[in-house]
Design a protein around this ligand. Structure first.
Ligand SMILES: Nc1ncnc2c1ncn2[C@@H]1O[C@H](COP(=O)(O)OP(=O)(O)O)[C@@H](O)[C@H]1O
Ligand SMILES: [Mg+2]
Length: 169
């Protein structure tokens, strides 16, 4: 509610701290473990680096971003599928966080509007009803408030990958 209100009024204040993004990924996976189990979706964290991955960002808001992306991957995922999060260095200053699923995917024509408020892909198919169409709009809002970037790549029947950049400390 709080976030939606801020979102409505366009407030862009974020509270940056330095934190280990690996911990957030683990939190979010723990929160959604039961829901993932129901569809036998495996949550996997690709972490080749055993060192902390320190980023400078609003931890609570980035948790919201990961949460919204993981919820979508479960909702639009396939039974016995996988949701994978990976974090890599992009350059000296940035890391890129990827949330990848092997779910139903999204037709190319929808991609340009996907982050718009209330935009949902055609509900006439086997899509889950009752989403608000706000999840990705909030994600984009938060990432842009950090002056970072968000990307999507998707193929129908193959899966989707949402990725965003974060500032390293
Ligand atoms: N991981 C995903 N796989 C397939 N489709 C997705 C995925 N994430 C989002 N979408 C599509 O993008 C639309 C917008 O997502 P979102 O803003 O979270 O709204 P909601 O989930 O409430 O419908 C969804 O309705 C769905 O069609
Ligand atoms: Mg959603």
């Amino acid at each position: 509610m709080y976030l939606i209100n801020q979102f409505e009024s366009g407030i862009k204040s974020i509270e940056r701290i330095d934190f280990d993004i690996r911990g957030l990924v683990q939190n979010v996976f723990e929160l959604f473990e039961m829901q993932a189990n129901k569809s036998e979706i495996i949550l996997s964290f690709e972490n080749t680096n055993s060192q902390p991955i320190l980023v400078n960002a609003d931890e609570e808001r980035i948790q919201q971003v990961l949460t919204n992306l993981v919820i979508n991957s479960l909702k639009y995922g396939v039974n016995k599928g996988t949701t994978e999060i990976s974090i890599q260095d992009l350059n000296e200053e940035k890391v890129i966080v990827r949330v990848t699923d092997n779910g139903e995917g999204i037709e190319r024509e929808h991609l340009p509007r996907l982050f718009e408020r209330f935009y949902r892909v055609d509900k006439s198919g086997n899509r889950d009803q009752g989403g608000s169409g706000l999840g990705l709009a909030i994600v984009k809002h938060i990432i842009e408030a950090h002056q970072e970037k968000i990307f999507v790549e998707s193929s129908p029947g193959v899966g989707s990958e949402f990725s965003f950049t974060l500032q390293k400390t």
